[in-house]
Ligand binder design. Structure first.
Ligand SMILES: Cc1ncc(COP(=O)(O)O)c(C=O)c1O
Length: 465
């Protein structure tokens, strides 16, 4: 069965039946899949193609991940060549591509880091939690530091511990109760400040709340703080510039490790190679995934400062080694593809491009303030949120069902956009995270379609008023 030429509608129908009869999909309702049977068969640059031959501008880069864009066939060649040489051997031994990738990551961090390989962003954070706990056990013998302090509204992954670390009630509610070793502070979410304050007169109440949370828990019980520099899942929250440096100071003051989640922020997305590099902080632990390989194959990593690495270094009898293993970590084919993915980013200066095109797109999106229901447009680089409200004074969110309508309207007009939250609360921000190769023309089209979608929304809301 091939979709490479003209659309083959018979083949498409067969795939749809095969899928609906056999697949259990993540997070989408199967009933709605029966209506919206999108079968994706191709892609190039920022464009994806479905089995009907329709093209879409993918302003979400898949699931916030195809940073170098679709259709880079040279990556298929690299994977094939590596698999012909050696497809797999466990990472208890060494292999060439994983060593090269770890060296590249170390270089991107300016030196001083070692890398532990895993397969997904969730696992990268999980490994970070465990490394933080093991480090604290080994280094602070009189203490029992096992807690992770996170923020409400955070998303750090889908496994039980990363969900526990996350602060999205809707995402974890069905699996609760969760591990109590994850505690939460208030997020730096200025448009909806949890304290009802305004920056800068707030004097960073969210930082004070982080410190009081740590003091309340007892700093001697806290192993690490995890932060996503620019929070993505709950509608792109860009913190005040001082926020992350202040959080870092608190970590240093109380002997707590700083764990930075760069799963979405990383690899050029925000206009620098990593999100934390906007703020001059130095993570002890960094989780990377998605953009590390632009999703061409699954690979992710937990990158640790050499001071942390040193804690795991010693004679075998000391039993200090990383106390975990995963089958596919450091997979040679995925690592080889990730190395080339990063080279492409560097050759094409995609982080700079994200800064430049992000500013261009942001200017375009700000024209949407002429529309009644656009409450806030915010972001950094090509990570942008457009928060929709019923009216600007009350900031009451546009109901989730209508946000779903906006997303569908855009898709029906050839543009894929995302939405924040877990589908009910705080789900009123349209999220944009396009491939970093998006063109100015495509940015214009995105703004144009969103503008039309705002017209559609105005019509819907005035009809129900
Ligand atoms: C900030 C952040 N961290 C971690 C993850 C988990 O990554 P994965 O889905 O690869 O497990 C995600 C996924 O979207 C994410 O957005």
């Amino acid at each position: 069965m091939s979709f490479t030429n003209a659309p083959d509608l018979e083949a498409r129908a067969a795939v749809v039946k095969q899928d609906l009869d056999n697949v259990l999909h993540p997070i989408v309702q199967h009933k709605s899949l029966e209506q919206n049977q999108m079968v994706i068969v191709g892609g190039q640059g920022s464009t994806i193609v479905d089995a009907n031959g329709n093209t879409y501008l993918d302003a979400m880069a898949g699931l916030w991940c195809v940073n170098i864009g679709y259709g880079r066939t040279e990556l298929a060649t690299i994977a094939a060549e590596q698999m012909q040489q050696i497809a797999y051997y466990p990472h208890t031994a060494m292999n060439l591509p994983a060593a090269e990738l770890a060296e590249k990551l170390n270089g991107l961090m300016g030196g001083g880091y070692h890398t532990y390989f895993v397969n997904s962003g969730s696992e990268a954070n999980e490994a970070g939690f465990k490394i933080a706990r093991q480090y604290q056990k080994q280094e602070r013998k009189g203490e029992f530091r096992y807690k992770t302090v996170s923020r409400y509204w955070a998303y750090h992954g889908t496994t039980m511990s990363t969900l526990a670390a996350g602060g999205m009630g809707e995402r974890k509610g069905k699996f609760e109760p969760m591990d109590g070793s994850f505690v939460h502070a208030a997020p730096p979410a200025c448009y909806r400040c949890p304290f009802g304050l305004t920056y800068p007169s707030c004097e960073l109440a969210c930082v004070k709340n982080m410190e009081s949370t740590i003091l309340g828990e007892g700093p001697e019980s806290v192993a690490e703080v995890i932060v996503e520099p620019i929070m993505s899942g709950m509608g792109i929250q860009v913190p005040p510039d001082e926020y992350l440096p202040e959080v870092e100071k608190i970590c240093r003051k109380y002997g707590i490790l700083l764990h930075v989640d760069e799963v979405i922020n990383g690899f050029g997305r925000t206009g620098k190679m990593f999100g934390h590099q906007h703020y001059g902080v130095s993570p002890d632990i960094m989780a990377v995934a998605k953009g590390i390989v632009s999703a061409y194959l699954p690979i992710a990593a937990t990158v640790v400062k050499n001071e942390v690495f040193q804690s795991f270094y010693g004679d075998a009898a000391e039993n200090r080694q990383v106390a975990q293993v995963n089958t596919y970590g450091g997979h040679p084919a995925a690592a080889a593809v990730a190395v080339r993915n990063i080279e492409i980013m560097q050759e094409e200066r995609l982080a700079d491009r994200a800064a430049e095109l992000g500013a261009y797109l942001m200017d375009g999106l700000k024209t949407l303030y002429s529309r009644k229901h656009v409450g806030d447009v915010r972001g950094k680089g090509l990570l942008i949120g457009v928060e929709l409200v019923l009216d600007r004074a009350s900031k009451e969110p546009v109901p989730a069902g209508l946000i779903g309508g906006v997303v569908e309207f855009c898709r029906d007009n050839g543009v894929i956009v995302g939405r924040s939250g877990g589908g009910v609360r705080y789900s009123n921000t349209i999220t944009l995270c396009p491939p970093l190769v998006i063109t100015r023309g495509e940015c214009d089209r995105l703004v144009e379609v969103l503008d039309k979608a705002m017209g559609w929304l105005e019509g819907k809301l005035s009809a129900t008023a």
